[in-house]
Design a binder for this molecule. Structure first.
Ligand SMILES: [Zn+2]
Length: 192
């Protein structure tokens, strides 16, 4: 974290871009409704094909370039146009698809504390993974570091407004799953 003479913090997020991330722009995004503060962080998981890591297929999926004939599962998702702001690979590498100020299409039908359409006011982070496979140390560290930077840039995201996809769409979604160690994540957030 760097502070200038005026006390402003430059935490590596500039104009909605994480300066240290690999940029992979997705067309599956649009403007947030005017007047909507960014005030929620949603943690997800994804792997494509499910359970396989490091394939490059998530990047293709979020940019509408997935070859639906290359795997039977891909046929079932070929019509979807989705994205997330960032994707954290098993190595801890961070890929950004959508600037944080824009609206990524990650949450779907969702609601938090009675406010629907979480995409309008949230940032979505995808961890490369599955509900029942332990996430890597590198992912926890990258996630905690990124979350600190996001919270510095978007202070309406208070610790109680960092949730799993399962919490905002409980009928449809289970991610990030029981494998995600919330206590460890919050401890990392608090101590670094
Ligand atoms: Zn999800």
């Amino acid at each position: 974290m760097i502070s200038n003479d005026h006390g402003l913090k430059y935490d590596g997020i500039k104009d909605g871009f994480l300066t240290t991330a690999t940029q992979c722009p997705s067309p599956n995004a649009n403007q947030r409704p005017s007047g909507k503060l960014v005030s929620l962080l949603v943690i997800h998981n994804i792997s494509l094909p499910p359970g396989e890591f490091g394939t490059g297929c998530v990047q293709k999926f979020f940019t509408n370039q997935l070859d639906s004939s290359s795997h039977p599962y891909f046929l079932t998702i070929s019509e979807l146009k989705v994205s997330a702001h960032v994707f954290i690979e098993r190595t801890g590498n961070i890929i950004q698809f959508v600037p944080f100020d824009a609206r990524a299409w990650h949450a779907g039908a969702s609601s938090f504390r009675g406010v629907a359409n979480c995409n309008d006011y949230s940032i979505g982070i995808e961890l490369e993974g599955c509900d029942d496979i332990e996430y890597t140390d590198a992912q926890y560290e990258a996630l905690a570091s990124l979350t600190r930077q996001i919270v510095a840039a978007y202070p309406d995201i208070t610790p109680d407004r960092i949730v799993g996809h399962n919490q905002i769409a409980p009928e449809r979604k289970t991610d990030p799953g029981e494998a995600f160690d919330w206590l460890r994540f919050h401890q990392l957030l608090a101590t670094n």
